[in-house]
Structure formats: C-alpha cells, structure tokens
Design a protein around this ligand. Structure first.
Ligand SMILES: Cc1cc2nc3c(=O)[nH]c(=O)nc-3n(C[C@H](O)[C@H](O)[C@H](O)COP(=O)(O)OP(=O)(O)OC[C@H]3O[C@@H](n4cnc5c(N)ncnc54)[C@H](O)[C@@H]3O)c2cc1C
Length: 234
C-alpha cells in the first residue's frame, strides 16, 4: 500500500552539472525497500508529477532522497527552484526493482541517471553487509555525467564485496574506465562469471532493451535472471 505525505525539503545536493538530489525530512513515513520509487507532486498540478526512484537507502534514517536529471521541462524548472524548508508532496512506495537477497551473485548494468535505484540498493547492501557479491557496470558519455562516484568509492572501501567498473564513451586522463559502450565483450571481460549472476538493468528504455538483448540473445542468460527498471520519459 502506498501513502501520500507532505514533507519538508531538508537539503538539495548538486551531483553534477545537471543532476540534483533532494532530501526530504521524514517522520513516521511509510517504509520502503531499496530500489523502489516514488511519485513527486508539485503545486498540486497534475502536469507537475513525475515518478522518481528513491536514491537513498532505508538504512539512511531521518531523510528520503530522490535524484533528478534536470531538463528544460516545467517540472524540472520548478524542482530546480526548491530550497531547504519548502514543502512537497510525495507518494510511495512503488515498484518491484528490489534485491533478491537469496541470490549470491548480482550484476547491475546501468547508464546515466539510471543509477538512482542502484545507488539505493548498493548502499543498503553495504550498510547491512549482505553476503552477496556485487558488480556494477556504470556507463556514461563522459566523466562529467557520472553520478554518485564518491558514494560508490566510499561504499567499495567499506564493503569489498562491491566492485564498480565505469564505462565511458570518451577517455578521461586519470579516470579508470573501459572506453566504449556496455556490450557482450565488455560484460564477459568485466564479469567473467556472468552466467552465475542475477542481472539488474536500469536506465532509459532504449538502453535497457539493448542490454536485455545482449544478455538474453548473445550471452544466453535465462530471462528469469534479468530484472529491469525502465525510466519512461527519457
Ligand atoms: C519507475 C521510474 C523511475 C524513474 N526514476 C527517475 C530518477 O530517479 N531520476 C530521473 O531523473 N528520472 C527518473 N525517471 C524519469 C522521470 O519520471 C521523467 O520521465 C524524466 O525525468 C523526464 O521528465 P522531465 O520533466 O525532466 O522531462 P519532460 O520533458 O517532461 O519529459 C520528456 C518526455 O517524456 C514524457 N514523459 C514524462 N514522464 C513520462 C512517463 N512516466 N511515461 C511516459 N512518458 C513520460 C513527457 O510527456 C515528455 O514528452 C523515472 C521514471 C520511471 C517510470
């Protein structure tokens, strides 16, 4: 069951040149599972509603965070103007993009802003010290598009079962990454035991569809071992 609450903006965090996180102060709010999403409603205007993944983990108490790639839309502009102390309405939790805690090996494939629910799940796994072995392949056009790099670096230090491999379209001096796109060759190279893993894909629908084809058609992963979340609207 979802619930609608009005919450105060606690903090706005700039993640890169066009991505911001919004932390809401939460008291007696509904529980959620890492990877789920919420519906943000601005000014009670039906045109100003968007589904956005929760980027914080249930282990991060006192606030709930969502993270939006800011575009030229009215919704993005209004969101971009929010500041600490403002109030907004959110409804949650929605969605089934949640960790199968019985799977011993997990791989996340993500692109751009599609990292948001994965950040939530990885933070949850790291805080709970879950037994799963986790690899994340995170694709971006360039290093300036990467979101949550510091967060993932800190998680990897604290939780060695997590490994993050960046994939960028262009080289960046001093930044460790694979140059190109996530394809069958990159998956085989970065995830040699890919046949043993449960895959979670998140990003724009075109990217998710392409990744799914690679996994199922080229790498012969069973469809049941692939869980997807499509960011409709990109
Ligand atoms: C489950 C889920 C989780 C998401 N999580 C995130 C997230 O964490 N961060 C993030 O930045 N974005 C997320 N999105 C995408 C988000 O909901 C917006 O669609 C996207 O951010 C574009 O909105 P905009 O206002 O910036 O651009 P707009 O210009 O308003 O949207 C671009 C185009 O997409 C259309 N559109 C907008 N929303 C939808 C929709 N839900 N379905 C179909 N068409 C739509 C608009 O009509 C427009 O034509 C998520 C989407 C879904 C479904």
């Amino acid at each position: 069951m979802t619930a609608e609450i009005t919450a105060r903006v606690k903090e706005v965090i700039s993640r890169n040149y066009n991505v911001k996180s919004f932390r809401l102060e939460i008291n007696n709010a509904p529980d959620f599972q890492a990877g789920q999403f919420l519906l943000v409603k601005l000014n009670n205007d039906p045109a100003l509603k968007r589904y956005l993944s929760i980027s914080s983990s249930p282990t991060e108490k006192c606030y709930i965070e969502f993270t939006k790639k800011l575009t030229e839309s009215d919704f993005s502009k209004k969101l971009n103007n929010l500041k600490a102390g403002d109030q907004i309405t959110v409804q949650y939790p929605f969605g089934k993009f949640v960790l199968d805690e019985s799977a011993p090996k997990i791989a996340f494939l993500s692109g751009g802003i599609g990292i948001t629910p994965i950040r939530s799940i990885c933070k949850y796994a790291a805080d709970k010290k879950l037994g799963a072995d986790i690899i994340l392949l995170y694709a971006n056009r360039s290093v300036k598009d990467v979101v949550f790099k510091d967060d993932f670096d800190a998680m990897m230090k604290d939780y060695p079962r997590l490994r993050v491999a960046h994939v960028l379209c262009e080289t960046e001096p001093g930044f460790q990454c694979t140059v190109g796109r996530i394809n069958a060759g990159v998956i085989k190279h970065q995830i040699p035991d890919y046949r043993e893993r449960k895959f979670y894909l998140c990003g724009p629908p075109q990217m998710v569809e392409a990744m799914q084809q690679i996994l199922i058609r080229e790498l012969e992963i069973a469809p049941g071992a692939v869980v997807t979340e499509n960011f409709q609207g990109y």
